[in-house]
Design a binder for this molecule. Structure first.
Ligand SMILES: [Zn+2]
Length: 324
């Protein structure tokens, strides 16, 4: 089992991750944002200042590490993340992987398919090269693989990405983190991992807090992956009151060892921005949500599982403890 997690500044003992937010973004942009000539371009200095401010906010809130699961096709800037980490001492785990078909950048892979290439193997090889050698000659290595589905059903392209990610995760011993839309298709994702023989505890189904359906959440718990409640503060998608209710139901049934949390904040958004509310900040969970969970009966042990023990176990590849 891996005792180390690869951060953007090198390997870190999983025991040193500490309190970890499982899904925040330093830089993100949709493919093609730079075709909009009327979008102001970021200055590196301004980006660094924003990143430093966000990290100071998280550190003040008791957070030690974060995962930035930006896939390679959503303007991932792993070298900038390394600069941010070096400047602040804050640990960041970056990702290999590709986004969903609707909003990702998939023309190249579709073209390879039309040429008869083994697309799944080529994609897997690409992920493995990034994880073992670093991205684009920078030497900065991803420590996780990101995959995504949309709403509706899983597309053929997304099936290829999941199959490739599963191969690469098994070959490199890094875990997989997912995006779901509208709180659906988590079980389909689990099925794809199982078909590739990925141990279920090496994956986290993300954005499960897009659904308020406890039965759906429980089926995911029974499917053996981690379950991400990773959009706190994003009230345009769901309310935090609903998210807290859902987490408390899972905790009551003994599933605190299956949960990881974050906000999916984007610090430097490339392209025209979207409206944000002041609750959507990376200290929201520590400052506001933990007191709500405690008021609903969550204990220190539950909070420690969610923030510290589960991320450690996930990166270490430790089997899940029994539901208690
Ligand atoms: Zn995200």
């Amino acid at each position: 089992m891996p005792a180390f997690v690869e951060t953007v500044t090198g390997p870190l003992s999983v025991d040193d991750l500490g309190a970890t937010l499982i899904h925040e973004h330093v830089v993100t942009g949709m493919p093609g944002w730079d075709t909009d000539a009327n979008v102001p371009r970021w200055k590196r200095h301004d980006m660094m200042q924003i990143a430093k401010d966000k990290i100071a906010e998280m550190q003040d809130a008791g957070i030690h590490s974060m995962v930035d699961p930006c896939p390679s096709d959503l303007a991932r800037d792993i070298e900038f993340s390394a600069e941010v980490s070096q400047a602040t001492g804050f640990r960041i785990v970056a990702a290999a992987g590709l986004y969903n078909e609707f909003l990702g950048l998939n023309a190249y892979w579709k073209m390879r398919g039309t040429m008869g290439a083994d697309v799944v193997q080529e994609m897997a090889d690409a992920f493995i090269t990034e994880i073992t050698e670093g991205v684009n000659g920078s030497g900065v290595k991803p420590g996780i693989i990101k995959v995504a589905t949309g709403s509706g059903s899983v597309t053929d392209y997304e099936g290829q990405v999941f199959a490739a990610a599963t191969k690469a995760a098994i070959a490199t011993d890094v875990p997989i983190i997912t995006h779901t839309d509208d709180g659906v298709l988590g079980e389909d994702q689990q099925t794809m991992f199982a078909e590739g023989n990925l141990p279920s505890h090496r994956a986290m189904v993300g954005h499960c807090c897009g659904s308020n359906d406890h039965d759906y959440h429980w089926r995911l718990v029974e499917g053996g992956t981690y379950v991400g409640f990773d959009r706190f503060g994003l009230e345009v998608i769901n309310s935090d009151v609903n998210r807290v209710k859902s987490i408390l139901k899972l905790i009551e049934r003994g599933a605190s060892t299956r949960l990881m949390v974050a906000h999916d904040t984007v610090w430097c958004w490339l392209g025209k921005s979207f409206p944000v509310n002041p609750l959507w900040r990376p200290s929201r969970f520590s400052q506001d949500i933990i007191p709500m969970l405690r008021a609903g009966g969550a204990t220190d042990q539950h909070i420690d599982d969610i923030l510290v023990q589960n991320p450690r176990r996930y990166f270490a590849g430790e089997p899940l403890p029994p539901l208690d």
